[in-house]
Write a protein that binds this ligand. Structure first.
Ligand code: AMP
Length: 215
């Protein structure tokens, strides 16, 4: 059983790296942001509660974030373990998490803020199937159209200059202390997020003592 937390600022490639780590090691990728986005897209009660907060780049309340995370982990579909992305995001969530789950490691993807801006503002999302694109590195074959399902590509509502500035500030204020807490427990491996996706993945595995990635 392997249980990891993946941390890093928006645009550092957390979900791509978590998914690649999960694919051949059979680890379930749990993204708290994706769960909230699903609620917004499907107009659920939770979606109505979080939509504006998310669009402004602010953090959803701890009670709700903890409840959603606990409920997802309680599904216990992670026989071989999980990689959780987007949680914990502040000191309180970190305490809640450490009380309930023992973890094997924290992957910290390091990306300087100026690179974050460049990447995030080029990010697009398929409104049909949720597939991620990036106009710098992962352009679709036809502009504005999803390669997989033909859906329309849209900008995430929180990928604007204003919301990004709020998110970066929130991140440094609230998430940096979580990293410090995990560092004190010697859980953290730091990986530079600037090289290619494949290089970053191999570096994560090397740092955690895991077998190299195979397609
Ligand atoms: P992400 O996709 O991880 O960037 O998350 C998108 C948005 O979902 C964040 O900007 C928050 O509004 C919300 N969110 C995701 N995870 C959490 C969390 N652990 N605590 C509070 N809000 C969260």
């Amino acid at each position: 059983m392997r249980k990891y937390v993946i941390m890093g600022v928006q645009g550092s490639g957390k979900s791509v790296q978590a998914a690649a780590l999960g694919a051949d090691l059979d680890l379930v990728h749990i993204s708290v942001g994706d769960i909230f986005r699903w609620h917004v897209q499907n107009h659920t009660k939770i979606g109505a509660q979080v939509r504006r907060t998310m669009a402004a780049g602010e953090l959803v309340g701890d009670d709700l974030a903890e409840a959603v995370t606990a409920e997802r982990l309680a599904q216990h579909d992670w026989n071989y373990g999980f990689v959780i992305d987007g949680f914990p995001r502040n000191a309180r969530q970190a305490e809640f998490f450490l009380e309930s789950y023992d973890i094997d490691g924290v992957i910290f993807l390091y990306l300087p803020d100026e690179e974050v801006r460049r990447r995030v503002l080029a990010r697009r999302l398929c409104s049909g199937c949720g597939m991620d694109y990036n106009l710098i590195a992962g352009r679709p074959a036809e502009e504005g159209v999803c390669d997989v399902c033909g859906g329309t590509l849209v900008t995430r509502e929180d990928d604007t200059e204003e919301a990004l500035a709020v998110r970066l500030r929130e991140y440094h204020e609230k998430t940096d202390p979580v990293l410090e807490l995990f560092r004190r427990k010697e859980y953290v491996v730091t990986v530079d997020a600037r090289p290619s996706k494949e290089e970053v993945q191999q570096e994560i595995r090397k740092s955690l003592g895991l077998p190299p990635h195979k397609d």
